[in-house]
Design a protein around this ligand. Structure first.
Ligand SMILES: NC(=O)C1=CN([C@@H]2O[C@H](COP(=O)(O)OP(=O)(O)OC[C@H]3O[C@@H](n4cnc5c(N)ncnc54)[C@H](OP(=O)(O)O)[C@@H]3O)[C@@H](O)[C@H]2O)C=CC1
Ligand SMILES: [Mg+2]
Length: 383
């Protein structure tokens, strides 16, 4: 039973319990009253439920309401179509996002209304049905549903001009996007890519059909349901108590070092994956592990990154780097890390070689900053 059906049943049960003696037409009047009361309460949230979809019967904090609302749009195609008409929509062109400069020199997605997109589609010779391809991405703090749409069939330059933005490769734009824009655009691109490459069922070869929200695809022949996928990746900042361990791949920009990372193997726990990756890449054995935080990472494809701190015994810090995976790995002092964190822009070609670290928005940066802060605090507390 889906969530809306559950809400619908609950509403009906409540209505019946409240007025058990009423005739069925009185009860349907009561349900109608409850529905319109709900609708008036939901209106400030800009949440619209079509007549056939039932509204939730309890009200929660803004966050819980938003999560329930998003879930209801995944469960009910009609509610999702209705929400799209009042949503913010941002565009991609063959997976390249449409962005604009913000006041502080950052970038943000260009948020458009349904009618903005509709009129430009008509102007550029496409039809409105393309809008139905929009995919639900999230809900803003102001309770506005957010959808993305790939308009790859239209002329890219014409769309950019109409909306006064520019299409920019996400690898170049990611670190310039504002704090809420980066994860939103990354998630949208990952969902659009997933839909592009899952048009057919891996078991039957038959086409798959998406639900309106784009949160799943179903094989038309076998009814197998496919959900968007991410690859789990572990990332770890290893410390010997005084120094931390960073490595670089030959594909990294010159001078950049990062925390050690790797894809999880099937069947591994988080801890097993961390111990294996560190053993493989630098030949040391971890002593203790503590979880820090996680991140969705869009490159090269969708990864779910789990970030940890770990220690090795100060007696076993000798590295044996696997040069087929890493170009170099080294221990860094807190002073070196502090100066690496000061470098805010990617060094340009021709600049003298300098040590720098992954920028904001990366989990590696968060782990390294956490370690630096802890080292500073422990130095301060020791006097
Ligand atoms: N956000 C952040 O702070 C950071 C993110 N990262 C990300 O972490 C990820 C993993 O780091 P990395 O050190 O490269 O990983 P690994 O050390 O696991 O090495 C990558 C290799 O693993 C193999 N592999 C195994 N499973 C997969 C899979 N599901 N998808 C792709 N390759 C797979 C591939 O080998 P083969 O080609 O031989 O098949 C690939 O070249 C990268 O995507 C990187 O962008 C890394 C550092 C910081
Ligand atoms: Mg690795």
């Amino acid at each position: 039973m889906n969530i809306l059906q559950k809400h619908k049943n609950r509403l009906c049960v409540q209505a019946e319990a409240a007025e058990p003696h009423q005739s069925s037409s009185d009860q349907s009047g009561l349900i109608q009253q409850v529905r319109s009361r709900m609708a008036s309460l939901l209106r400030p949230l800009r949440i619209f439920f079509p007549a056939r979809c039932c509204v939730p019967t309890r009200f929660y904090s803004g966050f819980v309401s938003r999560m329930r609302f998003l879930n209801s749009l995944k469960e009910c195609d009609e509610a999702c179509v209705a929400a799209l008409q009042n949503a913010h929509i941002f565009l991609f062109h063959r997976l390249v996002p449409l962005l604009q400069q913000t006041g502080r020199g950052n970038l943000s997605p260009v948020f458009l209304t349904y009618s903005d997109v509709q009129s430009v589609l008509q102007k550029l010779g496409s039809d409105e049905s393309l809008l139905k391809e929009s995919i639900l991405v999230g809900c803003s703090d102001q309770n506005q549903a957010q959808f993305c749409l790939d308009v790859g069939e239209l002329d890219q330059a014409a769309v950019a001009e109409e909306f006064k933005g520019c299409f920019m490769d996400l690898r170049k734009a990611f670190f310039l996007l504002n704090g809420s824009g980066a994860p939103l655009v990354a998630k949208a691109q990952a969902l659009l890519r997933w839909h592009q490459i899952n048009r057919f069922c891996g078991a039957t070869g038959q086409p798959t059909q998406r639900n309106q929200a784009g949160s799943q695809r179903v094989c038309s022949s076998s009814s197998i349901i496919y959900y968007p996928k991410m690859s789990p990746v572990v990332i770890v900042l290893v410390s010997d108590g005084k120094r931390c361990l960073l490595g670089r791949q030959s594909s990294f920009p010159r001078g950049m070092y990062s925390a050690l990372a790797g894809f999880c193997d099937m069947g591994e726990t988080l801890e097993e994956a961390l111990c294996r990756e560190v053993a493989e890449e630098v030949g040391v054995e971890l002593q203790s592990i503590s979880y820090s935080s996680s991140q969705h990472w869009p490159f090269p494809h969708s990864s779910f990154m789990l970030g940890c701190h770990a220690t090795v015994s100060p007696a076993h810090t000798q590295l044996n780097v696997d040069l087929s995976e890493l170009e170099d790995a080294r221990w860094f002092t807190v002073e070196e890390i502090s100066s690496g964190l000061q470098v805010k822009t990617t060094p340009r070609r021709g600049d003298p070689p300098s040590f720098w670290l992954p920028p904001k928005h990366t989990l590696a940066n968060r782990l390294i900053t956490e370690w630096r802060d802890r080292q500073r605090n422990s130095k301060d507390s020791m006097g």
